[in-house]
Design a protein around this ligand. Structure first.
Ligand code: ADP
Ligand code: VHF
Length: 375
């Protein structure tokens, strides 16, 4: 996908809590320094870099008076409130020592489910990147509620990489890539150097748990990779702290796992927003004879709708279900649920409907089962 300045490659780097902390779960200055040195080297080589950094909770919990990383949401939020400032202070100082300015962007899931705020976030990031700043993104932990959290920064980093049309997403973790089974449980686990498709066996290999300081584990990294792949962003997963890992990763020489989509879904930004961020509000069920092969080629016509479920307004994102209620698409609807229900009752003819139910350009369809949808 194209970036704003074609000559400058755009890289998003995600670093997890476990790669920024000491054995006791507190932020390690040495690890932070090493990361910033490497990011600065990429900047020196002409790359635009956006960093998605975890670590707010880790940086703050001791000062909150907790002996260990807290587990309750209010305590984590309070720790993040202390730690985020400290983390940014350290990043700003370290980047300045290389002659680069760092900036902070805090995002919640609800910022991304609002299309206007989503687009604003892109505009802000674009200005910062084009002016040589290093934006540092984290979830706005202090205000998010469990139900509406990204929860882990892996998913957030993939959504941000799609948002700014990154040329590459680099996920740095405490492990040197994806293995064919959890290396903690199987010492013979093998590193997968190249992955073109997230198959069920890869999902199984990733399991579901992470380390004691990270929240995501390998599962959330694979979910993130699916989003990045669908958005056309090649992704690398490797170990933080390995010398030259960032420069080598962009040259495709680093040890780790490279994820390159074979299917090239390359969703445009509107469709990325619909699929990964919008949060559908209602559903329409298609008629039995609706030709599903036309979905995605043409706009969705009122005559294809059998039933309307739930309440939605003009401009909401709705799920499109086939006759057997299997999801076949998502799209921005041009009518409210009240209008659609009423008009169906009145048996309006096609000519009496002023427009299609969902325009083709506002519709994502044939959603591969493997892609996590924002529902
Ligand atoms: N198939 C797998 N390949 C690699 N790591 C795995 C796999 N399954 C589980 N893991 C575990 O996932 C951990 C990385 O996740 P996590 O601790 O959340 O990292 P981070 O803090 O970097 O987000 C690894 O340390 C590893 O123990
Ligand atoms: N937003 C949280 C990060 C959540 C988290 O732990 O993420 P990760 O380490 O990437 O699994 C923080 O800054 O502490």
């Amino acid at each position: 996908m194209a970036t704003a300045d074609k000559n400058r490659k755009r890289i998003v780097i995600k670093i997890g809590s476990s790669s920024l902390t000491s054995l006791h779960g507190e932020i390690s200055r040495r690890k932070l320094e090493r990361l910033v040195d490497e990011v600065a080297e990429l900047k020196d080589n002409g790359y635009e870099v956006l960093l998605v950094s975890s670590g707010a909770v880790a940086a703050g919990y001791r000062k909150l008076g907790c002996l260990e990383r807290p587990t309750t949401l209010p305590e984590k939020q309070a720790a993040a409130s202390i730690g985020q400032g400290l983390l940014m202070e350290a990043y700003s100082e370290l980047f300045l020592s290389h002659g680069y300015v760092a900036s902070q962007i805090l995002i919640t899931r609800s910022d991304f489910s609002d299309e206007i705020r989503y687009n604003n976030a892109r505009n802000t990031a674009n200005v910062l990147l084009e002016r040589g700043i290093v934006p540092i993104v984290n979830e706005n932990d202090t205000v998010t509620v469990n139900r509406l959290k990204f929860g882990d920064n892996d998913t957030l980093s993939a959504k941000v990489a799609g948002l700014i049309c990154a040329d590459m997403l680099i996920i740095l973790s405490d492990i040197d890539g994806l293995y064919d089974s959890d290396p903690r449980e199987n010492k013979d686990a093998k590193l997968l150097e190249k992955v073109e498709e997230i198959t069920p066996s890869i999902e199984k290999a990733a399991g579901d748990s992470g380390s004691s300081v990270g929240t995501g584990g390998m599962k959330s990294k694979i979910d993130a990779v699916k989003i990045a792949m669908a958005s056309g962003v090649p992704t690398f997963l490797g170990k933080a702290g390995v010398p030259n890992i960032l420069v080598d990763a962009v040259k495709r020489k680093a040890k780790g796992t490279y994820f390159d989509s074979k299917t090239k879904l390359n969703l445009d930004q509107k469709r990325q927003w619909i699929l990964f961020n919008s949060g559908p509000e209602g559903e329409v069920i298609l008629k039995k004879d609706a030709d599903l092969s036309q979905l995605g080629k043409k706009s969705l016509l009122p005559s294809k709708i059998d039933r309307v479920i739930g309440t939605f307004k003009v401009g909401s994102v709705i799920k499109i279900l086939d006759y057997e209620q299997k999801p076949v698409g998502l799209g921005v609807v041009n009518y409210s649920s009240t209008e659609l229900v009423q008009w169906k009752k009145e048996e309006l003819t096609m000519e009496e409907y002023p427009k299609e139910v969902v325009y083709n350009e506002d519709l994502v369809c044939h959603i591969e089962k493997s892609i996590p949808v924002s529902v």
